[in-house]
Design a protein around this ligand. Structure first.
Ligand SMILES: C[S@@+](CC[C@H](N)C(=O)[O-])C[C@H]1O[C@@H](n2cnc3c(N)ncnc32)[C@H](O)[C@@H]1O
Length: 228
């Protein structure tokens, strides 16, 4: 399948418990994620009429509900390289939101075209990538106006690539990246690509440390606004 991640190496297709949670979120039946609420509260008011938004690494597509709930209805697109999650968004979010299923696209961030969306949202994605630089460069070039990111950012690069004991039985050999990236370097790349960058305090963690699958993550939110 073009643009799809290898299922034998992709944790998102091999974690039934998380998948069930994503299904409930897609149906808007689960408790709202604090970070999704914050994404909508920060980015929503900046989005002009008729502007598009790409939710990059959208999972089951549920962030749309956080924007809708707050009255923000940009032209919504989702992208994810896990077929099961794109199918979930197409089946559960699209019809409830009155959108064509094609608004949720199977594909890789790495294949995004330059200047393709007004706004880009990317939450909790690059931390689980081998490295942030190549996909972030693509996201920055895809964003015509602004980008909102949430990733684990610290003082220095920490690469963790470990089996995940919380995956389904028989899949726990799959290794997952849980990286922390140097905040200054990430901000430097955003600035070099033409964005003014604002740090925004992460409400879920208070800019502290959160353990995710027993690994410390330092979730930080960055807003990038393209200089005119
Ligand atoms: C931890 S989940 C986060 C999902 C959602 N953004 C959220 O915060 O709930 C990471 C998602 O990013 C997707 N993903 C990771 N790398 C990607 C890439 N290079 N291109 C497209 N999707 C990617 C995965 O398939 C997965 O659905």
């Amino acid at each position: 399948m073009p643009g799809a991640a290898n299922p034998d190496a992709n944790p998102w297709a091999n974690d039934r418990a998380t998948f069930d949670l994503y299904r409930r979120r897609a149906r808007d039946e689960a408790e709202e994620m604090t970070c999704a609420a914050q994404a909508a509260a920060v980015l929503g008011p900046l989005i002009g009429p008729g502007e598009s938004l790409l939710d990059a690494g959208c999972g089951g597509g549920s962030y749309l509900w956080s924007f809708r709930r707050r009255g923000f209805i940009p032209e919504w697109w989702g992208l994810d390289h896990t077929p099961e999650l794109v199918d979930l968004a197409r089946a559960e979010v699209a019809p409830r939101a009155g959108l064509a299923p094609e608004r949720f696209m199977l594909g890789a961030i790495e294949d995004l075209a330059e200047g393709s969306y007004d706004n880009v949202l990317c939450f909790n994605v690059l931390t689980n990538s081998p490295h942030y630089a190549a996909p972030l460069e693509r996201l920055l070039r895809a964003a015509r106006k602004r980008i909102l990111l949430r990733e684990s950012l610290g003082d220095e690069l920490v690469v963790r690539f470990t089996p995940d004991p919380y995956l389904d039985e028989g899949k726990r050999h799959i290794r997952v990246y849980h990286n922390t990236y140097p905040a200054d370097e990430v901000i430097g790349l955003m600035e070099a690509e033409g964005f003014a960058v604002t740090r925004i305090r992460d409400e879920r963690t208070g800019d502290g440390t959160e353990m995710v699958v027993d690994i410390p993550h330092q979730w930080r939110i960055l807003l990038g606004e393209r200089r005119s």
